[in-house]
Write a new protein. Structure first.
Length: 101
């Protein structure tokens, strides 16, 4: 049974989860802006909260990959690269794994 967390602890945990996914998205970098180097550090950060919610809600790495592919194609306007999106989806699942234990 998971322990009951107070609101301050839940907020810190949610923030840590989002930051972890933001770090993965900065490496995903489908438009090649090198967030924090030659582009804004927060270029993809707005995608992280939804991705965290997806994973915590039971989404698989395939679900996350499809979501990343949709972002790449529909929101960013780039060609598909499902192999890359699948690799980063696995990374997303991995960085969130400590919160599932």
């Amino acid at each position: 049974m998971m322990p009951v967390l107070n609101s301050k602890t839940r907020k810190r945990q949610a923030t840590a989860q989002i930051r972890a996914v933001e770090a993965v998205l900065r490496c995903w970098d489908p438009i090649g802006v090198e967030p924090g180097i030659s582009g804004p550090a927060d270029e993809y950060d707005s995608y992280a909260p939804h991705i965290v919610s997806m994973v915590l809600g039971g989404a698989s790495s395939r679900d996350v990959a499809v979501h990343l592919a949709k972002l790449r194609a529909q929101s960013i306007g780039l060609s598909a690269d499902l192999a890359s999106d699948e690799a980063f989806a696995l990374e997303v699942i991995e960085v969130l794994r400590p919160w599932f234990a």
